[in-house]
Structures are given as structure tokens and as C-alpha cells.
Ligand binder design. Sequence first.
Ligand SMILES: *Cc1c(COP(=O)(O)O)cnc(C)c1O
Length: 415
Amino acid sequence: MSVTRDQIDRAERHSAHNYHPLPVVVREAEGAWVTDVEGRRYLDCLAGYSSLNFGHGNETILGAAEDQLRRVTLTSRAFYHDRFAEFCEGLAALCGKDMVLPMNTGAEAVETAIKVARKWGYDVKGVRPGQANIVVMEDNFHGRTTTIVSFSTDPDARDGFGPATPGFRIVKYGSAEAIREAIDADTVAVLLEPIQGEAGVLVPPSGFLRQVRDICTENNVLMVADEIQSGLGRTGETFACDHEGVVPDMYVLGKALGGGVVPVSAVVADADVLGVIKPGQHGSTFGGNPLACAVGHSVVELLRTGEYQARARELGEVLHERLRALIGPVNGADGGDGGGHGVVAVRGRGLWAGVDIDPSLGTGRQVCEALLRHGVLAKDTHGSTIRLAPPLVVTAEDVHWAVDRLIDALAELSG
Ligand SMILES: *Cc1c(COP(=O)(O)O)cnc(C)c1O
């Protein structure tokens, strides 16, 4: 039996089936490339759902982690430690805000943002006790906790996990009018992804984020941007909101903040918002630990140079131009003169693309399986959509190579 088969069989026998992984067993990785247990190499075009923006084994991040590992890794927030101030100060400055509330996973940061918004609503806005509501978007993805799945519109994520947490109003993503109509005197926040990642890398209509900002300001409602996947360089700016010059009241960050090494998440806001949380009202044993802060601080330092944002911008143009050229029916298929490769639509910003494949060629899953055979790791979302989000350290050559492999995979599927 192959090493791969053995590993997969044992994993399936002894782990819960809450994922359906592609049949590859990774052993090591460097930069944008991973190697499996058989010695085969793959270009990582998922990058841990954008947790690995700075690449596998980034020397700066690893150096910060290694130094800290030998010094002190955990204190709990019962005490201060000497990596805490610089991390919070640096991340707040990167966001142009006053304060940081550190947590670990993305879902915890979203939960934190919900609690902060509700508390702000009662203490500052004067919302009726127990009546706070938050406006959220259709097809959102904010994590997997019971409260967060309560306002998911994905039946797989939501059904069977009730009773749902009340206090959320779901509106159509991209519709400023729908948001305006959903807001009432008890609305404390509008929570949204500036680009919806899991939904298929959906970029909202131009001007939408600006409209949301204006509506929130006019109605004394907090604009909460979940930039867990879209933030920290991925789209070619530090935050996806930057593309419209929009500053939300709260940034929710995670994924790449941990440099691909440890889970680090945070809510970042001004003191008039985050200041509503008092001792004992919220916390986390691991949140803001020394190792997390050392790693998170190194990530902030990498972003301060603007180098990664520029790479995402420049290589993103290469990626999107190449992908757009694949749009159209496959050569010769359906009697069409083609010129295309079976791609129906391409969306995204920077080094982040959602690619809709002609469903007659196969499901997104089948495309990803074909890509795997050709040496590219990617992940499908819904139906026949795949997403591409390589680490921002990829080279232009890598990007061209990945698109060439997608052409091979689509050719294989079209028989
Ligand atoms: C991944 C993700 C989350 C959840 O993060 P976890 O670390 O998996 O809990 C929340 N929001 C968005 C936009 C995400 O992409």
C-alpha cells in the first residue's frame, strides 16, 4: 500500500469527517511550494485559505517564532509580557486605530466583534436592553460557532445546529438599499466581508463599501469589516476596504496575522468602541500570548514595508489577465470556434481569484482533483467554482505555470 493511501485510510478511520480533503498528504513546504509524502511537489494555490500570505517557512516570521519559543510562550493575560505592547501598538497603527483586542481564531474574533458591537449599542448608542440587532449578508462566511452559524445562509453550515442565536438580519450582499431598510433604532452594526471569500470570491459592486460606510455613519451604526481572509495584503492593499478608501469602525483580522505558524486573530477599533469592554467581560486564555504576539508583530512589520501588497497587486494583474483569457467555450466544443478553455467567469482582486468553470466540464471538486494531478493545490467553493490564492511570495513564473496547469486540467476534463 502507498504511504499516501495508508495515511488517508488511518486519518479517515480516526478523525471526524468534517472535511473532505483532496487525496494528497503534505510532508513539508517552502515558500509557495509543498512536497507530499511521495516526494511530489505542488504549487500551493490555497495558502491555508490565505493564512500563508507570506509563504511557508517565511524566514522573518520563523525567526521571530524561534526566538520567542526559547524565551517565554505563555503567560496568560493575568500578567503583562514584553511582546504585548509592541504587537498591539503596531497592529493598531497599521489599521489607523487606537486599540487591539487579541484572540486566536477567526471565529473568536468575529464573536468578539459581535459582543463589542452589542455592548457599544447598549452602553453608548442607548439601544433597548436585549434588543440589539446586527445586519449581515446573504452567503456570508464568518466562522463555525453556534452564534455565527445562526446567521449563515448555507444549509450545510446552519441546519441541525439550532436553536439559532437571535439578533441578526440577513440582507442581499451588494445592496446598499437592503441594508438601509434593515436598519432600525436597535441596529448596532453592519457586519460584512468586503469581498466574500467562501461564497466564491465575490467582489461587491463598485461603490458598495463606500455606501455602507455612509449608511452606518448616518444611522449611528458600527461598520464591521471581516477582513480575516481579504485583509493583510491579499488583494493588493493592506485591507480590501482600502480599494474604496473606506475605514470601518472595526476590523476583524485573523488567518495571515498568525503568519501560518500559530492562530492569531484580533479586533481593531478606536477607544470609543473597544473601550466598552471592561475587565471580566471578555477574554481568552491564549489570546495575546507571547508567541502569538511575536509572530503577529513580525507580520505587521512585513506589511509595513508595502512590499507584499505591491506583489499581490502586480502579480494579481498577471493572474487575472491570464485567467480572463480562458473565458469562453472549449475549442471545438458545441461546434463553437472557442478560443476559450471552459471558464465562464473570473472574479477577485490581487492574488485572489474565483474561477467559475463550465459545469458541463465537471464540478469544482473534479477540477481541483485534476489540478492536483497536474501539481497545483486548489480548493473548490460552491458548485463549479474554484478559488486561487497562492502565497504572495509566488513568482510571475509560478503564476504562469499555475494557469498553464489549469489549462491542462480543463483540457483533460473536456476529454
Ligand atoms: C476563515 C474565516 C473566518 C473564520 O476563521 P477561523 O480561524 O477558521 O475561525 C471568518 N471570516 C472569514 C471571512 C474567513 O475567511
